[in-house]
Write a protein that binds this ligand. Structure first.
Ligand code: ADE
Length: 360
């Protein structure tokens, strides 16, 4: 069965809440566990994305009043902005179960058919990275989304028969970091399509304080804002940083996160005041020092800094583009004057001299 996790993962799975102290989960489990543990479960605790939340509240109320499932929804935007979390909130607010999977797990026709046939009426099916769905799976989804049935074929060549299998009415929530890669017919089958936006520092500070509360860590307003400023507008990053900073606060201080403690700890982690990490800075420095500010092709950048193209496109670029530190042009990526300033080159000339030196 290709279901990665179901609704139970949203409920009471915090290791901290478990009574058995001898259970030792793997590191990756701990990370997942932490993420699940701090996921908000309702609109009241889901911070930010207020325009989207307002729309969804109305849609949910209307669906409940009419006693019909929600329209299919597509969320797109950079990773870590809470697309999965929002799907969980919607399920909770609708009072229905959610099954969570991702497109790469739906490789064979029987994977998607199995999941669709396991759905109960009204349930939500969440497919992450939906732009990676293969053609066959996509074509199975079309009638399932539109008219709630599956066409199954049995037999071979001349004896082949098509069996129409009805499905319960369900809601598909798709999530993608690349809406542009979704095929037109698939995109057209979603009733609501919404982009998730980067969070403001004030919203991130609220999320950070909430997470610190769940972790039982004391934090003041300035400490929360200091972490927020280096979180690249992204709750997933903010929550990871709270954990790292709280480790530092426990070991080096009295356990309380203040502005000073947050800044010291993030400096040690080499996360700068824009939230850029070593990979981001290497990428930008490469364009400046080796390619005179660009443009340069993404494959060249990836090979030079030892990252794969997808990681650069999905993880590094969205924030660098939005922060104005990187530009996409038809001839490749280039940096802006702000990038030179941010990385401490006084002038573009100075960077060119560095280029000459590096190429010598
Ligand atoms: N954790 C991740 N996303 C969140 C959000 N939008 N609000 C509160 N906590 C979160």
């Amino acid at each position: 069965m290709s279901i990665i996790a179901d609704d139970n993962d949203f409920k009471n799975t915090c290791t901290a809440e478990k009574k058995n102290p001898v259970v030792k989960p793997e590191a990756a489990d701990l990370d997942k566990n932490f993420e699940n543990c701090i996921r908000p479960k309702s609109f009241d605790t889901y911070i930010g994305q207020s325009a989207l939340k307002d729309t969804l509240k109305i849609t949910i109320q209307a669906a409940k009043k009419r006693e019909v499932p929600l329209d299919h929804l597509l969320f797109y935007g950079p990773p870590g902005l809470g697309k999965t979390t929002l799907a969980g909130v919607i399920a909770q607010e609708m009072g229905v179960d959610i099954k969570i999977t991702s497109a790469p797990a739906l490789e064979r026709p029987r994977d998607i058919i199995g999941i669709l046939m396991s759905l109960q009426g009204g349930e939500i099916l969440f497919i992450d990275e939906i732009h990676r769905l293969n053609k066959v799976a996509e074509e199975i989804l079309y009638p399932a989304m539109e008219d709630f049935y599956l066409d199954m074929t049995t037999g071979k060549s001349q004896t082949v028969k098509t069996l129409r299998v009805p499905l319960p009415k369900f809601t598909l929530i798709g999530a993608t970091t690349k809406a542009g890669e979704l095929s037109g017919p698939l995109r057209d089958r979603f009733g609501i399509i919404h982009r998730l936006e980067f969070y403001t520092n004030e919203e991130l500070a609220q999320i950070i304080k909430r997470t610190a509360g769940i972790l039982n860590i004391e934090i003041d307003e300035e400490g929360a804002l200091a972490i927020a400023r280096r979180s690249r507008g992204t709750p997933r990053i903010a929550n990871r940083l709270v954990k790292r900073v709280s480790d530092y606060a426990i070991v080096k201080h009295n356990g309380k996160i203040t502005k000073d403690i947050a800044n010291k700890s993030l400096d040690i982690l080499k996360i700068d005041e824009f939230g850029l990490d070593t990979t981001d800075r290497n990428l930008l420095k490469l364009i400046i020092e080796k390619y005179d500010g660009g443009p340069v092709g993404i494959e060249t950048i990836a090979a030079a800094i030892g990252e794969d193209v997808r990681t650069i496109e999905d993880v590094c670029e969205p924030f660098l583009l939005q922060a104005g530190l990187l530009q996409r042009t038809p001839r490749g990526r280039k940096v802006s004057p702000a990038t030179y300033r941010h990385l401490g080159y006084r002038t573009q000339n100075e960077a060119s001299q560095q280029t000459l030196f590096n190429n010598y």
